[in-house]
Design a protein around this ligand. Structure first.
Ligand code: FEO
Length: 394
């Protein structure tokens, strides 16, 4: 339990050894479930709870903070890492009411089987007075669910933003101390769950402009006590025109034919002063690839042919890229085959969400010879040319 401001306590918990979220997202640094207690002169509110696995730790922090009563449990997001302890909170504080928006209320009834009379529904812009502290609710949907909202604590100028601006990091620092690590965690988290909804996030950022924010307190990771840094980073990430002279090359190789092509191609890009990130998919943390996807101009998949199509790991990678809808402008496929391949049609079909221009694929039979390497040089030239047209390459 720690103090953010007078009578504003951080009562959430760290989950140091969690390594996967949603059975999908790698968590190399664990995560935290942040929960905040705001004690007003008349009423006390708890903003979000924690993953049900960690309820006992939350209870310990509430007792240390002297939370003898809680009047309101503000639920900003129905996903269980923040809402999952609400049923236990209602048992501990039977007079408390859950305060949330109508969409979130329905989800809490569906997922946690709350009763209608346990919930007070609020609307966008509505305020809730705790006496000398005032909470205002701001809808910030699609970060990554449709019901998510933020809460503005007017007197202390703190924005409680839930997943928005968060980072999956278990940390003993209440406030951001290791900026590079926290920013990378935030970019990873944005890429993994929010990137497909960036047009909505642009609207959310606009809504925050009138606020004189002193602190952004998200529901994962450290609190941003210099909030402009994360707000400005988000503004870049969601901007369709902020794109990097960068090529991502996720690949798989079974007998080195595709690997040799990838290595040659990556060298060719480096010689052309293009930033490159190469990922051997089966042994890579795909969260690192997602960080690069946030602003890379080009994605080139490398795959051998197996069972007539692309390697299943590359199929997974293509499906992931497609689901995340990055602002990638160009895409292509390189690789090898033994006697025939349907992988180009297969992978292209899997990436139909991408609004990217597809390059002519470079597929070779067996191990590449001179003509295959020439085709890779030509692909590198084409990418450089395209990036120049975008104004991102020399
Ligand atoms: Fe941190 Fe969408 O839950």
């Amino acid at each position: 339990m720690r103090l953010l401001a007078d009578n504003v306590y951080a009562v959430g918990v760290q989950h140091w050894d969690r390594r996967l979220f949603d059975e999908l997202i790698p968590l190399p640094h664990g995560t935290s479930y942040n929960s905040y207690l705001v004690k007003g002169r008349e009423k006390t509110a708890l903003l979000d709870t924690v993953d049900p696995e960690k309820t006992e730790l939350l209870i310990g922090h509430l007792l240390k903070a002297g939370a003898e009563k809680i009047d309101y449990i503000i639920c900003q997001h129905a996903e269980q890492d923040h809402s999952g302890s609400i049923p236990d909170m209602l048992l501990m504080y039977p007079d408390a009411k859950v305060v949330t928006n109508p969409k979130c209320a329905k989800m809490l009834i569906d997922h946690l089987h709350l009763e209608v009379d346990q919930i007070i529904e609020i609307e966008e812009g509505q305020t809730l007075s705790l006496g000398d502290k005032t909470l205002t609710f701001i809808y910030t949907p699609w970060v990554h669910w449709p019901e998510t909202m933020s809460t503005w604590l007017q007197e202390d100028k703190i924005l409680f933003s839930c997943d928005f601006f968060g980072s999956h990091l278990a940390t003993s620092n209440l406030f951001v101390k290791d900026l590079a690590k926290t920013m990378e965690g935030a970019k990873r988290y944005y890429g993994e769950i929010m990137m497909p909804f960036r047009s909505s996030i642009r609207g959310n950022l606009k809504k925050l402009e009138p606020l004189d924010i002193r602190m952004v307190a998200p529901s994962h990771g450290a609190v941003w006590d210099k909030p402009r840094m994360i707000i400005e980073a988000y503004a870049e990430w969601v901007d369709e025109d902020v794109i990097a002279n960068k090529v991502i090359v996720p690949y798989v190789s079974m007998h080195d034919s595709t690997k040799k092509m990838v290595e040659y191609f990556v060298e060719a890009l480096i010689e052309r002063d293009i930033d490159v990130k190469q990922f051997n998919v089966p042994v890579s943390d795909l969260g690192e690839m997602v960080i690069e996807l946030v602003d890379a101009a080009t994605v080139i998949l490398g795959s051998p042919t197996v069972l007539v199509g692309a390697h299943p790991s590359v199929i997974y990678c293509a499906a992931l890229v497609n689901a995340l809808r990055p602002k990638t402008k160009f895409a292509g496929i390189i690789g090898s085959f033994g006697w025939g391949s349907k992988m180009v049609d297969q992978l292209t079909g899997l990436m139909d969400n991408l609004k990217a221009e597809m390059f002519e694929p470079v597929l070779v039979r067996g191990a590449s010879k001179e003509d295959g390497y020439t085709a890779l040089d030509e692909l590198a030239d084409t990418i450089l040319q395209k990036h120049r047209v975008l104004g991102i390459a020399e």
